[in-house]
Design a protein around this ligand. Structure first.
Ligand SMILES: [Zn+2]
Length: 199
């Protein structure tokens, strides 16, 4: 990249820390920002500052919150017998909009020894501590991506949960609505066939 004034270079470097953003895109963002009204940039820098100052992890479920305990954990209408374990805070919105009404536990990722993500780097101890503190929980839904890391995490957690006599369940694999049988992969189709139900 040719030499730009230092404030431009600095921000370009910072933007490249974002996922999927290379130097060219970063430079485009910086040029775009330079054309924005002064107030927009001030609001953005205030929002960034607030992000770091105000956002913390829920002491119970580890999702992002601005309080000690998040709104979902505080919601007394939620089913106290079920916890859905997810990899990331963003998964909560997805599972919740699908109709889940229990509570959640955010692990912060899925097991991947190659990338150094071992059980002790995830919020697994806090999950089991929570199960000790909350004896009403009888089922943990393991809602991870159906990839190698997700499967490894399901295997690992399901063993530990069974040893505690807590039901471990996983999301069923199925055919996406509006899809074509011809294009379904064998694993998904095999699973869908295995878990068929009477109509
Ligand atoms: Zn919470």
């Amino acid at each position: 990249m040719r030499e730009y004034p230092r404030p431009i270079q600095n921000l370009v470097t910072l933007f490249t820390y974002l996922p999927g953003v290379g130097p060219k895109t970063a430079l485009r963002y910086v040029f775009y920002l330079l054309k924005q009204p002064k107030g927009t940039i001030e609001s953005m820098s205030r929002a960034l500052h607030e992000l770091q100052q105000a956002v913390t992890s829920c002491s119970t479920c580890k999702t992002y919150t601005t309080q000690e305990i998040c709104e979902i954990c505080l919601d007394s209408k939620r089913d106290k017998t079920m916890i859905c374990a997810v990899a990331h805070p963003r998964d909560i919105g997805t599972i919740d909009s699908a109709g889940f009404r229990g509570r959640y536990h955010v692990l912060g990722g899925t097991l991947s020894p190659i990338e150094g993500i071992t059980p002790d780097t995830l919020e697994i101890n806090s999950l089991f501590q929570r199960l000790t503190n909350e004896p009403a929980v009888s089922e943990v839904v393991l809602a991870f991506n159906p990839d190698i890391e997700g499967e490894a995490t399901i295997m690992y957690l399901s063993k530990l949960l069974k040893a505690r006599n807590i039901k471990a369940s996983r999301l069923a694999r199925g055919l996406p609505a509006g899809s074509d049988l011809e294009f379904a992969d064998e694993v998904t189709l095999g699973d869908a066939l295995h878990r068929r139900w009477e109509v």
